[in-house]
Write a protein that binds this ligand. Structure first.
Ligand code: AMP
Length: 189
């Protein structure tokens, strides 16, 4: 299974990716987690990344590809695929990832889009901020991340639809129900 999970911040792609990974054995790769781990190691690269992630701005593509491509290739080799959570995040990233995927023989087979209205997202993100204390879950940064999502990431929906890869799922409901639908639609149940 080689899938891209697509959702607004707080849309549940982390939760659904974990459940899907558990059910299939295919690696779940969260770009945000990879970046946060690098920031936590306090390397020079980590300090450069922190400026972007703390503000809710996108990390430049060069850094993203440098960090993620080796991890994705290794996951595809060892677990038979990947569940990408947070990458690609822009149409240019998707186009470059498609080229690489084709060259390496590991192209994405589906893009699962979890559709959730903005009002629900803000509430979920504020709850997560209270529970996890993430540095980028303050009200101002949340608003900014939603703006970045609408401007930069939402165009991926049309992009993947045009490629015939989009699997759209209404995601303002219980996580188990969403997961069941994802697996049915991907033929993984
Ligand atoms: P996330 O955990 O997916 O919400 O990502 C947290 C932050 O990491 C984002 O607000 C961005 O600053 C950065 N980030 C994650 N994935 C990407 C990506 N594919 N391209 C650029 N920046 C990213």
């Amino acid at each position: 299974m080689k899938v891209v999970m697509l959702a607004p911040p707080g849309g549940g792609k982390g939760t659904q990716s974990v459940l899907l990974s558990r059910a299939t054995g295919v690696a779940h790769l969260s770009s945000g987690d990879q970046l946060r781990a690098e920031v936590a190691r306090d390397t020079e690269l980590g300090r450069r990344l922190a400026g972007y992630t703390a503000a809710g701005d996108l990390v430049p593509d060069e850094l993203i590809f440098e960090i993620l491509v080796p991890v994705i290739v290794a996951a595809a080799r060892t677990t038979g695929g990947y569940i990408l959570d947070g990458f690609p995040r822009t149409v240019p990233q998707a186009v470059r990832a498609e080229q690489l995927g084709a060259e390496l023989g590991i192209p994405a087979e589906a893009a699962v889009y979890l559709a959730v209205p903005d009002e629900v997202l803000v509430e979920r993100l504020l709850t997560r901020a209270r529970q996890e204390g993430r540095a980028d879950d303050t009200p101002a940064v949340i608003r900014h991340r939603l703006e970045v999502y609408h401007a930069e990431t939402e165009p991926l929906i049309g992009h993947y639809r045009g490629r015939g890869l989009l699997v759209e799922i209404g995601a303002d409901r219980a996580p188990d129900e969403i997961q069941a639908e994802i697996r049915t639609r991907l033929g993984a149940s």
